[in-house]
Ligand binder design. Structure first.
Ligand SMILES: [Ca+2]
Length: 330
């Protein structure tokens, strides 16, 4: 499975705000959904009779007879009242009121909710917890310790300057080791980099000499390569194009409010078509159709009369079809 996304910048203060919420202890261990409902693995250190769970819609106390186990799997049957957890996204909290009345013991924000730590898990997947971050696991371990099996994925990215020229030697910092030293990937001579990591919400700090640092993030998916492009807000210089023999396509800005530009490069002169489609695949507009020279090109899209949503730009040449997704939000 391959996903193609665009490199939308998410401005955050650090490379890895993972479990940045002010929780007291880590109790949630794993969350999954199936046709029956939700199942929540927890690691409580005492019996739960005085504790309760909240979501964005419900509050429910535990039954007094829930056993105390190391990897306790809680379901609706263990609660005194219905607790809906929205599989698309929710804020799940657990409270021990006699301990900290105004502070949850643990918190998990996922899916479509603003500030989510992780994407919502598709059917058959779980959200799993490590000591310091959440990740998606395609082979859940409900009732047993979490593992990394089917929980790792890849990012294949390309870093360009604002004109779409690939940049070599760019540091893509995606974490820190236990000594605090940055862990990073470097772009090669084609501007490309690869990261293999847990299927987490991956924050990256993209650092090139004489360019502003770009902070961005992307959700990694298990056993999947996510493709992304990152355009830095600087120009490498106006040397004539001697580019590599491949195409690329980037969107800037993205997301955008009224109009955006698609940047691409052609290795050879070619008959080119650049068109925008909506999320269902219907043609919205042909932006360019005709012969173009080798090198960098830009087409702009005036979307001021188009409704908000996700759109796909497709670049078609005799040798390649490239797509990039972009978000119109106003
Ligand atoms: Ca588990």
């Amino acid at each position: 499975m391959r996903l193609v996304i665009c490199g939308a910048a998410v401005l955050l203060g650090a490379v890895g705000p993972t479990v940045a919420n002010p929780v007291v202890e880590q109790v949630f261990s794993e969350l999954t959904f199936d046709v029956i409902g939700w199942r929540l693995e927890m690691t409580p250190w005492e019996e739960l009779s005085t504790w309760f769970l909240t979501t964005m819609s419900d509050t429910a106390e535990f039954r007094p007879d829930v056993p105390l186990e190391d990897y306790l799997v809680v379901t609706q049957d263990d609660l005194l009242r219905p607790l809906r957890i929205d599989p698309q996204g929710d804020t799940l909290r657990i409270w021990k009121p006699e301990w900290f009345p105004n502070l949850p013991v643990d918190e998990l924000i996922f899916g479509t909710v603003e500030g989510a730590f992780i994407a919502s898990p598709p059917p058959g997947y779980s959200i799993s917890t490590s000591l310091t971050f959440y990740y998606l696991d395609a082979s859940p371990t409900m009732g047993a310790p979490n593992d990394s099996l089917n929980a790792m994925g890849d990012i294949h990215g390309i870093v360009t300057d604002s004109l779409g020229t690939p940049m070599e030697g760019v540091r893509v910092v995606y974490g820190n080791d236990i000594m605090g030293n940055p862990i990073f990937a470097m772009t090669d001579e084609t501007g490309e980099f690869r990261i293999h990591n847990y299927a987490r919400l991956q924050y990256m700090s993209v650092q090139a000499e004489e360019c502003p640092i770009e902070l961005t993030s992307v959700q990694i998916w298990p056993d999947t390569t996510v493709e992304m492009s990152i355009a830095l807000d600087c120009e490498m210089g106006a040397e004539p194009w001697e580019g590599p023999a491949y195409h690329l396509l980037a969107t800037k800005p993205n997301p955008f409010a009224s109009g955006t530009s698609f940047l691409y490069a052609l290795p050879t002169p070619a008959d080119v078509r650049v068109a925008v489609y909506d999320a269902r695949g219907a043609l919205v507009k042909i932006l360019f159709e005709g012969r173009q020279s080798a090198g960098r090109h830009t087409v702009t899209w005036d979307a001021s009369d188009i409704p908000s949503g996700t759109y796909v730009c497709r670049l078609t040449t005799p040798r390649a079809v490239l797509t990039t997704r972009c978000i119109l939000a106003r």
